[in-house]
Design a protein around this ligand. Structure first.
Ligand code: AP5
Length: 517
């Protein structure tokens, strides 16, 4: 699905997407304009609405779209919906029919640019091609002579269409938040297409891989119930306050982390970190399920092994010397559990998957990828020296830190650090986040959940608000997205519906988050 304000470039991009990927482009605007010029009953009804820039009634458009979607070519080639759905009722009617996009692209363009684009737009009635008097003038005089202007492209009508668009767009975003990607449409059309193209190629690859590999492991009933739950969640799972989490919730996160990590590695990233603090994995809560963490690590490792990579899963060993030797509590016994876990009967353990600790001597010629389980500094002991030596030895091979805790902790006397503080912090920060998930609470509480922040590489950070629909039903609504991890202040502003004021002091219920982030 592609959406965006009038003249954000939907039609222009769709032309290129349909040409490259061979999908059927269904533009409600184009279909309606064709009905109007053919003088059909639908056209006559729609004309008045369109010419004044208003939306055509839902029932007319929805009937048109569902008929078009049922045709043979769409079933064979797939579809690209442009300009539909435009209201919550339209989104709802697609949901009812389980018609859902793989991706929802939203083009963002500033208002003044949109107005200029509309006023300068010209259409070729013969080929349907879109031109612009300045940006994309026609190729020759013959075409120029036959170009027409859309009746709804006057400045006044564009302003009113823009207002209607803004009023409606919010109501459908929560339906597609899980698959939504915002794209800056205020760049050359080729540059915009390049970004969409790489997203679609990646999506295509993910789908092919899924159908080839991972899904075979699960039995079909499991898969069905999982995808049903996933579709219902449309973004992130609900009921995250219930511990232990249901299996579907855990599987949702395992899959989410796996896809993000794979995408980052495919893009050539080699220093990565996953930060996921669902209640079962949040060390600040009173329950910390090491099994969930190790299950996540096992899924990552087996999936990379399935791709033919040799994976080394590493847990830091005891740190310090003699009577002062110790381990962070969170990791006690972890290595043993890892060794006892079920790694399948096909001899993966010991060949494609190996278990090790953290340090340069763990790095062996045959290793392809390293997964480090929650490496952390402890009082009096700093893991970063060993970690740095290990990554230096690993060179170009990917190293993934899962839930690391590399902030400085208070030292105790007699500790020798291999690097200075600044250098250690810079090293810890050199790992790029490929997956992030954190629940948001009021200051000082861990109940109720107010929202969540999620990022899955290469997409933006998504800020969700938790909404109670009825006593036992909740959902997460997408509030805003951010290119970089938002500060507590930014989160606060989004929750309060404010436009961000950079000079503003950090105040309010979320102010505390600045210290966490
Ligand atoms: P529709 O045709 O869908 O209009 P729209 O959403 O207002 O979008 P536009 O077609 O104006 O713009 P676009 O984003 O496709 O931009 P384009 O590529 O042409 O709908 C028309 C009407 O039909 C609605 O108002 C409504 O009445 C009715 N309707 C449709 N769907 C409906 C629904 N679901 N429910 C109810 N009613 C519905 O580009 C614009 C211009 O900018 C062009 O000149 C182009 O050359 C230029 N341009 C494009 N990209 C760039 C770029 N990157 N840089 C510079 N210029 C560019």
């Amino acid at each position: 699905m592609i959406s965006g304000a009038p003249a954000s470039g939907k039609g222009t991009q769709c032309e290129m997407i349909a040409q490259k990927f061979g999908v059927v482009h269904i533009s409600t605007g184009d279909i309606l304009r064709a009905e109007v010029s053919a003088g059909t009953e639908i056209g006559n009804k729609a004309k008045e609405f369109m010419n004044s820039g208003r939306l055509v009634p839902d029932e007319i458009v929805t009937a048109m779209v569902t008929t078009r979607l049922s045709l043979k070519d769409v079933k064979e080639k797939g579809w690209l919906l442009d300009g539909y759905p435009r209201s919550s009722a339209q989104a709802e009617s697609l949901e009812k029919r389980s018609i859902r996009p793989d991706i929802y692209v939203m083009l963002e363009v500033p208002d003044d640019v949109l107005i200029d684009r509309c006023v300068g737009r010209r259409l070729d009635p013969l080929t349907g091609k879109i031109y612009h008097v300045k940006n994309f003038p026609p190729e020759n005089e013959e075409i120029k002579d036959r170009l027409v202007t859309r009746p709804d492209d006057t400045e006044e009508k564009v302003k009113s269409r823009l207002e209607i668009y803004k009023r409606n767009v919010e109501s459908i975003l929560s339906t597609y938040s899980g698959v939504m990607v915002k794209i800056n449409g205020n760049r050359a059309k080729e540059v915009v297409f390049e970004e969409i193209n790489s997203l679609l190629l990646r999506l295509q690859k993910d789908k092919e891989e899924k159908s080839k590999s991972g899904e075979l492991v699960r039995n079909e009933n499991q898969l069905d119930s999982l995808s049903l739950e996933k579709n219902k969640w449309r973004g992130i799972p609900t009921k995250l306050n219930n511990i232990p989490h249901s299996r579907e919730i855990r599987e949702y996160f395992y899959e989410d982390v796996l896809q993000a990590t794979k995408r980052a590695i495919e893009d050539g990233k080699t220093r990565l970190k996953v930060e996921i603090s669902i209640p079962e994995l949040n060390p600040e809560m009173d329950v910390y399920r090491i099994g969930t963490l190790l299950e996540l690590v096992r899924i990552l490792a087996l999936s990379f092994a399935d791709d033919g990579k040799r994976v080394k899963v590493c847990v830091q060993g005891s740190m310090g010397e003699g009577a002062l030797a110790g381990m962070p509590l969170q990791l006690a016994g972890t290595r043993k559990i890892l060794e006892f876990m079920d790694w399948g009967d096909d001899g993966v353990m010991g060949t494609f998957v190996n278990i090790g600790s953290i340090g340069a001597k763990e790095v062996e010629e045959q290793d392809g990828i390293y997964i480090l389980v929650a490496p952390q500094n402890a009082v009096g002991n700093c893991i970063i020296g060993d970690l740095k030596a290990m990554t230096d030895a690993a060179a170009h091979r990917p190293v993934i830190l899962v839930n690391p805790k590399l902030r400085d902790v208070p030292g105790s006397s007699g500790i020798m650090q291999t690097m200075g503080r600044e250098e250690r912090l810079a090293y810890a920060a050199s790992f790029e986040i490929c997956y992030f998930f954190r629940l948001l609470y009021y200051y000082g509480t861990q109940y109720p959940i107010m929202g969540a922040l999620r990022m899955s590489y290469p997409y933006e950070y998504q800020l969700y608000k938790r909404v109670d629909e009825s006593p036992k039903k909740e959902k997460y609504e997408l509030l805003s997205t951010f290119e970089k991890r938002p500060s507590g202040e930014e989160i606060n502003d989004s929750f309060e519906g404010k436009v961000r004021d950079k000079a503003k002091e950090s105040k309010g219920i979320w102010g505390f988050l600045s210290s966490i982030f």
